[in-house]
Write a new protein. Structure first.
Lengths: 506, 136
């Protein structure tokens, strides 16, 4: 028949494709030129031989592989195999085969047809692909940042090692979960992120709180959409960075910055105050001198004499303010020695004892023995304490219960000695607390206070490398806490003579 | 230029007051004049030195902080002179607080170093004492 002849021609001319027909037992019925080229046997040599015996690797021959293929082909109609096949020389080579059933005109199974192609590069390409995939996975796995991908619905499809470490769960427990379970604000946040992604394609450095169990982890994330080869969105990818440490650092930094600003502010004010004090002294002296002359002239005029007296009093007030201002910005030397804070407390109490008694104030002392000494100027520290006590007394003027508590002790890390001065007075508002160390800030009448006491105290404590803190509640009372670094033998301050008052910003 | 003579004293001491602050100058002049001294004033150090070339004084009162030539500069210039005026009494007056590591009086070779504001009664006493000491 013409058609059959044509078919034979096709089969024979396919020199690069092996076409083999066997019966169900594998006995070769047809073996074309292509098969001869591929396997190394002539059609004559091959015919009648057992196909697996001739072309399968030794390993595959020892398994029922051929029988399994035949079964599959009979059941499903076809099979595809990627196998190492054997050349007559014994050389193995990779090949892809398509195996189908041969039926006769009455649809009776006659045998099987195997069309095989040699694919010399396939396995190499596969190997390359795998190594490149391994490489990428390795990169992702080694990444310090957590990487997660989801499908378009938000179900997690991949997480790297860092993500697993962040979550503390195994792979199998994460894949398939919805990403929103890790967002503190849940599904709403997931939606918000997805909407942004759809709008912009990517999100850079977005910060959110991640929820892992009952722990909240601050995260900085950059997210982008994932596309397939047709440009369709197939999911999202997120890179998560745990910023707990960074956030803590930044908080600490802001606190330090605030302290620094306060210190710089106080110094700038100190400089200003020195200038002002100097400028005031000249006219004050002129005024004093002229008043002195007027006083002599008004000797016989009582009302003029009284007025001159009042003017002199005004000048004394001005002088007092200027003196305090100078003290605030003092360049004077501090004398640092190893000193006992309890001694300073006792000296100050000795001075104020009578006043405390007169005002009906109860004193509670908690002064533990054997506290380490601090490096300080005893006179200056006493001045600070005196100022704090004097403020406490004023604050308790109208209180029904008047208790002054002075407590000393060691700081938590034992690097500082603390002195607490508490009263049961009127307390302060947060706004007042904020301004309390500013020069001229006062809650008292101006004939009672220059508003410089606490700013001077602040400067003194600062030059001791200590700290002064305040806690206060309206109508409950106020507590000031001084913290002074403890004295370490051999660590005397040698800069004590330079400028402990610290008027220059160096 | 104001020269006043106290009629009650047979010998009147002459004082030159130097201060760039007119108010201080005026007040001091009135104070010292009322005590019977002959007072001349200058607002600049250079001006004071020129006056010293012309006249004899028993006491200089020098403000420390002045533009161009400070009280210290004037003091140094005066001590460098080779005439009798180099030994003149000098009281320095300052509105500035100085670190008191050295005695300023020794450092600048002046009789007194006083800080403004000083009580006028006290100043009169100090001026009198300084002049009495030097005449003894």
């Amino acid at each position: 028949m013409a058609a059959s002849g044509l078919l034979n021609g096709v089969v024979e001319s396919a020199t690069r494709t092996a076409i083999v027909v066997t019966d169900f037992n594998g006995k070769i019925i047809l073996f074309n030129q292509g098969a001869a080229n591929l396997f190394g046997y002539t059609p004559e040599e091959a015919k009648g031989r057992h196909l697996p015996e001739l072309t399968f690797s030794k390993e595959d021959q020892n398994t029922p592989l051929f029988e399994q293929i035949v079964d599959r082909v009979r059941g499903e109609g076809w099979a595809e195999e990627r196998l190492f096949r054997r050349h007559k020389s014994g050389r193995l080579f990779p090949a892809i085969s398509t195996i189908t059933c041969l039926k006769d005109s009455t649809s009776q199974f006659k045998g099987i047809l195997e069309i095989t192609q040699d694919v010399p590069n396939l396995f190499r390409l596969e190997k390359e692909l795998k190594s490149s995939k391994d490489f990428l996975e390795n990169i992702l796995a080694s990444s310090i940042d957590a990487v997660v991908t989801t499908d378009t619905k938000g179900h997690i499809t991949y997480v790297n090692r860092a993500f697993k470490e962040l979550i503390g769960l195994r792979d199998s427990q994460i894949i398939g979960k919805h990403i929103s379970i890790y967002y503190k604000d849940g599904i709403d946040q997931a939606r918000e992120i997805m909407n942004k992604l759809k709008q912009f394609g990517r999100i850079r450095e977005y910060e959110f709180d991640m929820r892992v169990g009952d722990k909240i982890i601050p995260i900085r994330t950059s997210d982008s959409l994932l596309y397939d080869e047709y440009g369709e969105i197939v999911g999202t990818m997120g890179v998560f960075q745990d910023i707990t440490a960074r956030r803590k650092l930044s908080e600490k930094l802001s606190a330090t910055q605030a302290e620094l600003i306060q210190a710089v502010k106080m110094r700038a004010l100190g400089d200003l105050v020195t200038g002002v004090a100097h400028e005031i002294n000249n006219p004050l002296m002129a005024s004093d001198t002229l008043l002195h002359l007027l006083e002599g002239e008004a000797e016989d005029d009582p009302s003029s004499k009284k007025r001159v007296g009042l003017l002199k009093e005004c000048n004394r007030r001005i002088e007092k303010i200027v003196k305090k201002l100078k003290q605030f910005s003092r360049h004077a030397e501090f004398e640092f020695t190893a000193m006992e804070v309890n001694d300073a407390v006792s000296s100050v109490l000795a001075i104020t004892q009578q006043q405390l008694l007169n005002l009906g104030i109860e004193t509670e002392l908690r002064l533990p023995e054997n506290l380490p000494r601090v490096l300080g100027d005893k006179n200056q520290i006493e001045q600070v304490l005196l100022n704090l006590i004097s403020n406490a007394l004023d604050a308790m003027e109208g209180s029904s219960q008047k208790v002054l508590t002075i407590q000393t002790g060691l700081s938590k890390k034992s690097q500082q000695v603390k002195i607490g001065v508490s009263d049961t007075g009127i307390g302060m508002t947060p706004e007042q607390i904020e301004q309390i160390f500013n020069p001229f800030f006062t809650t008292k009448d101006s004939d009672k206070s220059t508003g410089l006491g606490l700013s001077i105290s602040y400067r003194i404590v600062e030059s001791h490398r200590g700290k002064i803190e305040v806690k206060s509640k309206l109508d409950k009372g106020t507590t000031f806490i001084l913290r002074l670094p403890i004295y370490l033998a051999g660590a005397e301050r040698n800069d004590g003579h330079q400028e402990p008052g610290g008027n220059s910003v160096s | 230029m104001m020269v006043t003579r106290n009629r009650e004293e047979t010998v009147s001491h002459k004082i030159l007051v130097v201060d760039d602050d007119i108010l201080v100058l005026e007040a001091l002049q009135q104070l010292l004049t009322s005590s019977g001294y002959e007072v001349r004033v200058a607002t600049r150090g250079r001006e004071a030195l020129d006056i010293l070339d012309q006249e004899h004084f028993d006491l200089l009162i020098l403000d420390v902080v002045m533009p161009k030539m400070t009280g210290y500069d004037v003091c140094k210039e005066v001590r460098k002179r080779d005439d009798a005026m180099s030994k003149v009494n000098i009281i320095m007056l300052t509105a500035k607080t100085e670190p008191s590591d050295v005695r300023i009086e020794e450092k600048y070779d002046c009789n007194l170093y006083l800080t403004k504001p000083i009580d006028p009664g006290r100043l009169k006493e100090l001026v009198r004492d300084t002049l009495e000491d030097s005449t003894q």
